[in-house]
Design a protein around this ligand. Sequence first.
Ligand SMILES: [Zn+2]
Length: 115
Amino acid sequence: MDRSERLTGNADTALERCRACPSKLMQPVQWRRLGEDLWEIDLRCPDCGGTARECVPQEAVARYDQVMRRARLSLERHLEAIERVDPTAERTPYGDPAPDLRILPEDFGPGAEAA
Ligand SMILES: [Zn+2]
């Protein structure tokens, strides 16, 4: 099978878009370089669980890499903003729950329903 028969997309193929739902969060599961300008990528959608296998040129892979790089930077900026709002968030990834949200043993003891 030659390259043109294998291609499922072109340089503009949006690998981040799910084929089964509106999600733009398709994630690479596996990348294989099949040739000088040919990549096979297995993708999975975190929203619907849909999967896809795409064969695309290098340019589409480079474009997808940029999309993921921008998404990671955006995520890092949001996490930094959360840490600025709540400096205690640095102790654990999600911070400790507020005291009134903690689940305590007495929540399950006798009289817990009366509280
Ligand atoms: Zn999906």
